[in-house]
Design a protein around this ligand. Structure first.
Ligand code: PRP
Length: 186
């Protein structure tokens, strides 16, 4: 895979602009703040893709909250397909038993990663556990999982930016865009 020096040149189409994302993240933060009013929240984000979303979302939530970070990788998948077998590279730093947990993801694709993580985290006896994902790609779903807060439903296109990568590049784009096939086919 060969990316251009100017990453914008590899983007065929801007799917979600910086402004659209900002408005949506603000809206999600308001909903979450209202739904959990009077409680404390633990946001658990899954590295690395959800990093920008987590950073923006937490600042739109008006509640006492703590954050924790996990990192997982899927065994035997490819750059574009997850395998469903998940390996934990970085676990939670603190216990979540008795806590209201909101799992923050950048994208739900097949749902296999989330399915694994939810079972894993439920085993740690949180008071509640819900899911917030910026993007949802329902066309590729293999396991049905309720997503409590969704930013945008998107078509089955190869998207990068605002945390999402191809070959670890493009995460720093401020928008979500569709990658030109030339950028991943070579
Ligand atoms: C992405 C995303 C989810 C997962 C979703 O992570 O952040 O964790 O894939 O795919 P699924 O629904 O098909 O399981 P990725 O493995 O690309 O790692 P990254 O966040 O470090 O880019």
């Amino acid at each position: 895979m060969k990316h251009s020096q100017d990453l914008n040149e590899d983007v065929a189409e801007v799917l979600l602009s910086e402004d659209q994302i900002r408005v949506k993240v603000t809206e999600l933060g308001k909903r979450i703040s209202a739904d959990y009013a009077g409680r404390e929240l633990t946001l658990v984000s899954v590295l690395k893709g959800s990093l920008p979303f987590m950073a923006d979302l937490m600042r739109q939530i008006d509640l006492p909250l703590r954050i924790d970070l996990m990192e997982v990788s899927s065994y035997g998948g490819t750059a574009t397909e997850s395998s469903g077998l998940v390996r934990i590279l970085k676990d939670l730093s603190a216990p979540i038993d008795g806590r209201d947990v909101l799992l923050v993801e950048d994208i739900i694709d097949t749902g296999l990663t989330l399915n694994y993580l939810l079972r894993y985290l439920r085993g740690k006896n949180p008071r509640s556990i819900k899911v917030c994902s910026l993007l949802d790609k329902p066309a590729r779903r293999l396991v049905e999982i309720p997503i409590d807060y969704v930013g945008f439903e998107i078509p089955d296109a190869f998207v990068v930016g605002y945390g999402l990568d191809f070959g670890e590049v493009y995460r720093n784009l401020r928008f979500v865009g569709v990658l030109r096939p030339e950028a991943y086919e070579s």
